[in-house]
Ligand binder design. Structure first.
Ligand code: NAG
Length: 398
């Protein structure tokens, strides 16, 4: 029986082995095929983005030189680099020696302007541990730098820039400060004015010991910028409401601060005033004020009026923005040129004709928050919102 069954059993075993061999070799083949298919699909997917990247690369390559061209605008004379985070404030010293920059990197830099052409400009650093400066301003002689710190609402005055900047005094100012002004004539005395930010619309006057001399409330909902004429006579505040209030510093016989008095009002804008500037300098008398407003206009005002007899300055020239409005404005000390900005664009307006003579698109990395001509009116700095650099442009030469 077994002898008869054996070939059948062997045949069955052979059939089973054969079946399993065929089955087991077939399965991986199918799997491999599927795997190869998916790989092909994957490769195709990979290839497609590669093509996209390649396509995208070209526009990037073509925009890069454009940016370089923009950075090398013929009027760009200096780029101040070195801060490791956003610049919050900038100021030219009236004597032309320094440019001060404050940053959220907790430093203030005093850069020697004559060294700006070299690869490694000379600068002095003021460190503000645990805090940073939100506003800065020089005294008339350029020997003192005032700084306002963010957290502490404190004013600090520094001097001795030639060796190592030294803090000569620090005092609390009891409000959040938008603008800081150092008002001084000669070396005898100095008054520090702090102009409140946000819903605080006060102007506070302090002596250098931190003693509050006077508080004036501008009462214009929100202050945008507080400025001072270079002859230390007038203070003006651009604010949310259309009227501009101009204050005069009244002095005692020895020249020391006696009182801040409202002297004039500028009436005519139909919307808030974003920025304001005086012409004049230590050598040139103050004759004009320029204002930019949310009503889209840039106005030039003659302030040679008998304000003690309640006469108000008159608008003598006007320029209307083709669209929108200008957020910052400044005027050269000789009153011949106005610079203004909209977004990241800088414009130079010739006062004689009230026509834009030069336009620099992307004059900064982002929206421009402050511009200022130096005391000669030849150069202007441009500060952005979050930019770590300051760009300095030259006045367009005719
Ligand atoms: C500031 O004013 C106070 C109070 O009048 C006075 O004691 C102090 O000497 C003044 N400081 C300066 C530097 O004038």
């Amino acid at each position: 029986m077994l002898d008869a069954m054996l070939p059948v059993i062997l045949l069955l075993i052979l059939l089973y082995v054969g079946y399993t061999l065929v089955y087991k070799t077939d399965e991986p083949k199918k799997e491999r095929k599927i795997h190869e298919d998916t790989q092909e699909v994957k490769e195709k997917h990979v290839e497609k983005p590669k093509k996209h990247v390649a396509k995208r690369k070209n526009p990037v390559e073509t925009t890069a030189p454009k940016k370089q061209i923009q950075a090398e605008h013929p009027l760009l004379v200096h780029v101040l680099k070195g801060h490791t985070s956003a610049i919050t404030a900038c100021a030219f010293s009236p004597n032309g020696r320094f440019i001060a920059t404050a940053s959220t990197d907790r430093t203030v830099r005093l850069t020697l302007r004559e060294s700006l052409k070299s690869k490694n400009p000379t600068f002095k650093t003021i460190n503000l541990p645990y805090d940073y400066a939100t506003a800065c301003s020089f005294s008339s002689d350029g020997k003192t730098l005032g700084v306002v710190t963010a957290d502490g609402c404190k004013v600090s005055l520094y001097s001795k820039f030639k060796t190592k900047p030294e803090c000569i005094t620090t005092f609390p100012v009891e409000h959040n400060v938008l603008s800081l002004l150092l008002n001084d004539i000669g070396e005898e005395w100095m008054t520090t004015l702090t102009i409140g930010k946000d819903d605080n619309t006060e102007i506070k006057c302090w002596n250098t010991s931190g003693h509050l001399l006077q508080t004036v409330n501008v009462n214009q909902i929100q202050n945008y910028h507080g400025v001072q004429s270079l002859d230390n006579r007038f203070i003006a505040v651009a604010a949310y409401t259309p009227e501009v209030k101009i204050f005069e510093i009244q002095r005692a016989k020895d020249g020391s601060f006696s009182k801040l008095n409202k002297a004039m009002g500028l009436q005519g804008h139909t919307s808030g005033v974003t920025d304001i500037a005086f012409d004049g300098s230590d050598f040139k008398p103050v004759n004009h004020i320029v204002t930019s407003s949310k009503d889209g206009s840039i106005r030039v005002w003659d302030i040679n009026v008998r304000y003690k007899l309640q006469e108000d300055p008159k608008c003598i020239k006007q320029f209307q923005a083709p669209s929108g409005y200008y957020s910052t404005v400044d005027i050269t000390p000789d009153g011949k040129w106005i610079a203004m900005t909209q977004g990241s664009a800088l414009y130079f307006l010739k006062v004689a004709t009230m026509q834009i003579c030069c336009e620099i698109q992307n004059a900064q990395d982002d929206d421009i928050t402050r511009i200022q001509f130096d005391a000669t009116g030849i150069e202007i700095f441009v500060q952005g919102t979050t930019s770590r650099i300051i760009k300095v442009y030259h006045l367009p030469i005719e």
